[in-house]
Design a protein around this ligand. Sequence first.
Ligand code: F0G
Length: 460
Amino acid sequence: MTRRSWAEPYKIKVVEPIRITTREERVAAARQAGYNTFLMRSEDVYIDLLTDSGTSAMSDYQWAGLMIGDEAYAGSKSFYNLVAAVRDVYGYEELVPTHQGRGAEHILSQILIEDGDYVPGNMYFTTTRFHQEHAGGTFVDVIIDEAHDPTSLHPFKGNVDLDKLQRLIDDVGADKIPYISVETNVNMAGGQPLSMANLRATYEICRRHGILVMLDATRALENAWFIQQRETGYHDKSVAEIMLEICSYSDGATVSSKKDNLVNIGGFLALRDPELARQARALLVAFEGLHTYGGMSGRDMEALARGIREMVATDDHVHARVGQVEYLGNALIKAGVPIIRPVGGHGVFLDAKAILPHIPHDQFPAQALTAALYIESGVRGMERGVVSAGRDKETGDHHYPKLELVRLAIPRRVYTQAHMDVTAESVIELLEHPESVTGLRFTYEPESLRFFQARFEPIA
Ligand code: F0G
């Protein structure tokens, strides 16, 4: 029987109680956290949509894996299970395990980037760009213009703009571009996929110029789902087959396993070239851990190996995952709330500039909206706008991204349809009085990755 809805392909065996707080408690909690949802205690949160990272519910089979994880310092059985899972599902032979995604980004940036290099990418991600710049590189955005337009209905807003890429190659020379970082289901664009045709074309251009293609395959599964749904020629392929084809157009990948892979911690760098892998392992032992565990315990690796296989075992998992996100998105669209469209793979992104036109960009509309939503409802989201974008390292000015967003990221297999209903109701109610939300200013601004720990106060 074909499934008619996105109903979850599991039943619930264990639950964790959550508590709705009072408005008074939330006003106090927000003030104490400097109006930054990263600084709040989860106890004070009702529905936690801060991130889909490390917040998944594991299956009973994964939990069973924790018990038989092999904690040997060297040569753990669980490591070899992980190697086999990555080879079977992603198709890479060389596995370099790390504690999470940014550990892999660090190692990759250090082995490939030299001072003065350029690293193109289909939109930046915060930690990825940090490590590229930290290694002496300059990030160059080569995503298509539609990605920066919240209203564009382009089905593949994550696509690389091949002309922008070619122009960069012509301008700075291929020898100054060690690799392109291609993100699957682009997070900062709103969870938007790139097409297989675009990835293939990107790979061909790069091969011609001796430039490596490194995927950020953190959300490759969700990208594979959209390719199956939207791209001609892929309707009859399984997401497992599509995943392997995506990875075939690359020389390696960094992965934060805290997303697609259904675990609470972990990540890896995967490569094809054994010589590059050798260089990566040489750094790994200094920064992460021995090459057969990186930053993970044996039980982490066992649960991860199982999560990787589980995510592609049938298409039903990703159907339900993206289906739930679309359910929330469609409820908001129906009520006229301006969100990024098409609805993305891992969350719903509110267009704060459109919702709060009275707040100037340098008073952080998305940060203000995130705090207001928390105070009114206990729903915790995350700013993805000017605060996340940080400052230009040359001029010291804010980066002003075109997208000024509040992200409501949905953890995998954690919340129900009723939680999505409550979330939609909360946003819709808040939008009845948008003028009650005021801008913010910094009371503390960290030098780098400032969104994590910055503090604010409302501008009276
Ligand atoms: N790449 C992408 C696309 C990510 O979304 C993240 C993390 C990372 C790399 C870094 O991985 O956290 O395991 O070190 N994104 C989280 C988020 C933090 O909430 O979007 P990590």
